[in-house]
Design a protein around this ligand. Structure first.
Ligand SMILES: C[S@@+](CC[C@H](N)C(=O)[O-])C[C@H]1O[C@@H](n2cnc3c(N)ncnc32)[C@H](O)[C@@H]1O
Length: 256
């Protein structure tokens, strides 16, 4: 069954990230930020961030992903602002500068690294000591449990619910999932201050794509529903992904 588009599913993350980068421009006094996208793949986030006027370095172990990134950046006319480097989270400082970035993205990567605490610590150590922003996106346990149950795979749903790693079985392609509490603890251990936590893809992974494609205005209404539910702990508990925005200590938070 097809699902709503990737752009719609990650709209909440893009919006939160864009707001955080605008605040970082103000606090740093630099219009062009240096951004590191760890495990950035083919540039789902790196290319839109470069389009905002920033310079993005993508570190990824996959040569194929980096090839796709290069092509995508070139097609968007952003080849000069997006740099791909082969490497991984555990050997991050073999390939990029420690303390050299205004913001770091770690989206869909902690699920795959051998040691999430070590991987996240490295990612955070890439931030400038005088101020930086972390954008962390990871698979949520509750969304997987709900998804398996609604697909009629009740035993798998129960396995995921009771497991330490959030997997629903041997054939689960996802190596690890997280609860909001686990992500808060991982980020807290790095010394960063959590500015916001959002549930992502609460409904859009469950809704058949056809419903969104055929109903007039349904895309926009679904995006608004996702945005409204994202900040509610009740919906975060069943989100497919969780997004944490965190800042180095002492960074001014949102203007109110
Ligand atoms: C699910 S994709 C996410 C891609 C992109 N960040 C996004 O959100 O669209 C996971 C990416 O992490 C990369 N990856 C896997 N293991 C990694 C590691 N140990 N360190 C850094 N990146 C890793 C993969 O090559 C892949 O590009």
């Amino acid at each position: 069954m097809s699902r709503p588009s990737a752009t719609l599913r990650t709209a909440v993350v893009r919006e939160v990230l864009q707001g955080a980068l605008e605040r970082r421009v103000k606090t740093s006094g630099r219009d062009t930020l240096e951004i590191l996208d760890t495990g950035g793949g083919t540039g789902n986030f790196a290319v839109p961030v470069a389009r905002l006027g920033h310079r993005v370095t993508v570190v990824d172990p996959s040569p194929n992903a980096l090839f796709g990134l290069e092509r995508r950046a070139a097609e968007a006319g952003l080849a000069g602002q997006v740099r791909g480097v082969q490497g991984d989270a555990s050997g991050l400082f073999d390939v990029v500068e420690r303390g050299g970035y205004d913001a770091v993205l770690c989206h869909g990567v902690l699920e795959y690294v051998d040691d999430p605490a070590e991987g996240l610590r490295n990612v955070v150590d890439a931030l400038r000591p005088e101020g930086g922003t972390l954008s962390l996106l990871a698979a949520g346990l509750g969304g997987a449990v709900l998804g398996r149950a609604l697909a009629g795979h009740f035993t798998e749903a129960r396995t995921a619910l009771g497991s330490d790693d959030g997997r629903w079985g041997e054939s689960d392609p996802m190596p690890r999932r997280f609860t909001a509490e686990q992500l808060r603890a991982l980020v807290g251990a790095t010394g960063l201050e959590i500015a916001a936590l959002h549930g992502v893809r609460v409904f859009s992974d469950l809704v058949p794509g056809a419903l969104v494609d055929t109903e007039p205005d349904a895309q926009e209404a679904l995006a608004r529903l996702e945005a409204a539910a994202a900040e509610s702990p009740a919906f975060q508990a069943v989100a497919s992904q969780l997004h944490v925005l965190a800042e180095t200590a002492g960074t001014p938070q949102k203007d109110h």
